[in-house]
Design a protein around this ligand. Structure first.
Ligand code: ADP
Length: 291
């Protein structure tokens, strides 16, 4: 199964062009859609989830025309939106059962399906508690359980790790990575680490445009030998920013001292050292438009 997206564009009524001619080929496995806030990720995710329409372009999943045959797409879609509503006092079991009814899972299978999913996302011991009382991490795992109802072929998770603490995030990563080899999972995120940990392929988008599509490792290779780092004083940050402009792709504090990374074909100045590029540098180099 492959998801083929061609020339998708979308302009909102306020004039914001959220998608500009987006084309992507997405194969089975975990696919990262990485971009800063406002890049257009949710617009793309919501369009693929048939919740809103694009102005132009096409998307096909196998032989399903995603944008036209919405019912067919919904039958094979699992979607975890950025925010999902939960009812107060309704337990995880009850809510999942209710959602299973909506998904059309036959009555004689529901109990088994619901139990298996609650076990799979490690919420069995908490199944009788209200989802509204869950921690952020538990809630996201519940979100995955509902997205897995009905054995979807395309699973879309929109910014799933925002707001999770490191432990919760790890448990969530483990769960996502177990989902399966025969489905497409698209993970939209502004967190580089999400993609680094989970995704064999990715796209970087900003201002509605695809800046890179491919394997993370390939993007790293392209930056090899072109990223330079230097430890500077806090008082010097502005001056370096001025001097290097968008080639200064990151400035991080390490033990309270700024370390800057500059993108350049050659050593950009005195005191710089060659640095191995990380996915974060790829991200900022692309976003800044220098690589
Ligand atoms: P992301 O998910 O990457 O943060 P979005 O797809 O939510 O990006 O937003 C892309 C751009 O479209 C942003 O500039 C945002 O403000 C704008 N936008 C999103 N939804 C709407 C809407 N319903 N009406 C008008 N503008 C919107």
């Amino acid at each position: 199964m492959q998801l083929t997206i061609r020339n998708l564009s979308k302009t909102y009524s306020n004039g914001v062009q959220a998608l500009k001619d987006v084309s992507l080929d997405i194969e089975t496995g975990m696919y990262g859609l990485l971009g800063p806030n406002g890049a257009g990720k949710s617009t793309l995710m919501r369009t693929l989830a048939t919740l809103q329409d694009a102005d132009s372009g096409t998307a096909t999943l196998g032989d399903i025309d995603v944008l036209k045959d919405k019912d067919a797409l919904r039958r094979v879609l699992g979607y975890l939106p950025q925010e999902f509503g939960v009812y107060p006092r309704i337990s995880a079991t009850e809510m999942l059962d209710h959602l299973a009814v909506l998904k059309g899972i036959p009555g004689n299978q529901r109990k088994e399906v619901v139990s298996a999913l609650l076990q799979r996302v490690n919420l069995w011991d908490h199944r009788k508690k209200a989802v509204s009382s869950y921690s952020g991490g538990m809630r996201q795992r519940f979100g995955i359980a509902q997205a897995l109802l009905g054995d979807p072929k395309l699973i879309i998770v929109d910014e799933p790790t925002a707001g999770l603490d490191p432990g919760e995030r790890n448990r969530f990563y483990n769960l996502l990575s177990e989902i399966g080899e025969n489905v497409i999972v698209i993970l939209s995120t502004h967190i580089v680490e999400d993609v680094k940990e989970l995704c064999s392929n990715m796209a970087i988008i900003n201002n509605g445009q695809v800046l890179y599509a491919g394997a993370p490792e390939v993007s790293l290779l392209a930056l090899q030998g072109k990223v330079w780092q230097k430890s500077i004083l806090k008082s010097e940050v502005d001056a370096y920013q001025q001097e290097y402009g968008s080639r200064l792709i990151s400035s991080k504090l390490v033990a309270g001292k700024p370390i800057i990374h500059v993108y350049d074909e050659n050593m950009p100045g005195e005191g710089f050292q060659a640095s191995t590029a990380s996915l974060e540098e790829v991200f900022f180099a692309k976003i800044n438009g220098v690589a």
